[in-house]
Design a binder for this molecule. Structure first.
Ligand SMILES: Cc1cc2nc3c(=O)[nH]c(=O)nc-3n(C[C@H](O)[C@H](O)[C@H](O)COP(=O)(O)O)c2cc1C
Length: 186
């Protein structure tokens, strides 16, 4: 399994990795225990500050771990981790230690207590910015306070969930339409 050597990355630019809507692995820590869950429902909500909204169903073990610690790490896995992404997304941290079970390596964060996942291409350390939408929509609004991204490849091969057991794998890129954009919208 590949381990990515990640470098510091500007937090106001994490949309380069989250805007395409990859499946992410959200890691958390609370009272000496760590956990990981799979998330498809997330969105960029701003770049200065760097905000990300994540839907965490209240029946998931991660829900209370993240709500109480007010922190998490959003990790971006690549296609080689697909089977683990599904396994992590169908098991509960109530029953197992997912780092051990799935053979993933926790790396201490610099700004949060939650661990980064070494085998993921990018890891974004987050603090809970706004808890108001949690009771109504299970929507956690995080601020990315520290970003770590692998130097290569430039475009990681990420997983995008279509539902019904179907993943779309990221593939070809084109700059053909770049000239049609307003510069401020690039
Ligand atoms: C492809 C995929 C996408 C998922 N997306 C989400 C999501 O956006 N939000 C969510 O709450 N659960 C989502 N899940 C389900 C959780 O990952 C799953 O319930 C997991 O077991 C929670 O782990 P925990 O109980 O240890 O927190 C997804 C699962 C898979 C396989």
């Amino acid at each position: 399994m590949r381990k990515y050597d990640k470098r510091d990355f500007p937090v106001d630019n994490v949309r380069r990795y989250l805007e395409p809507g990859p499946i992410v692995l959200v890691s958390s820590a609370w009272r000496g225990k760590t956990n990981i869950m799979t998330i498809g429902w997330h969105m960029v909500m701003g770049f200065e500050p760097s905000l990300s909204g994540c839907y965490i169903w209240d029946q998931n073990h991660s829900f209370d771990m993240v709500r109480k610690s007010r922190e998490c790490v959003i990790n971006v896995p690549t296609v080689d981790l697909a089977a683990k992404v599904v396994g992590i997304g169908k098991s509960s941290g109530r029953d197992i230690d997912k780092f051990t079970e799935f053979g993933l390596t926790p790396v201490p964060g610099t700004r949060v207590g939650a661990p980064l996942i070494e085998e993921c291409y990018a890891s974004f350390e987050c603090k809970l910015d706004d808890a108001k939408l949690i009771p109504t929509y299970s929507l956690f609004v995080f601020e990315v306070v520290k970003a770590h991204v692998a130097a290569s490849p430039k475009y990681p091969r990420t997983l995008h969930y279509r539902g019904d057991g179907v993943f779309m794998l990221s593939g070809a890129n084109t700059t053909k339409f770049r000239k049609l954009f307003k510069p401020q919208n690039l």
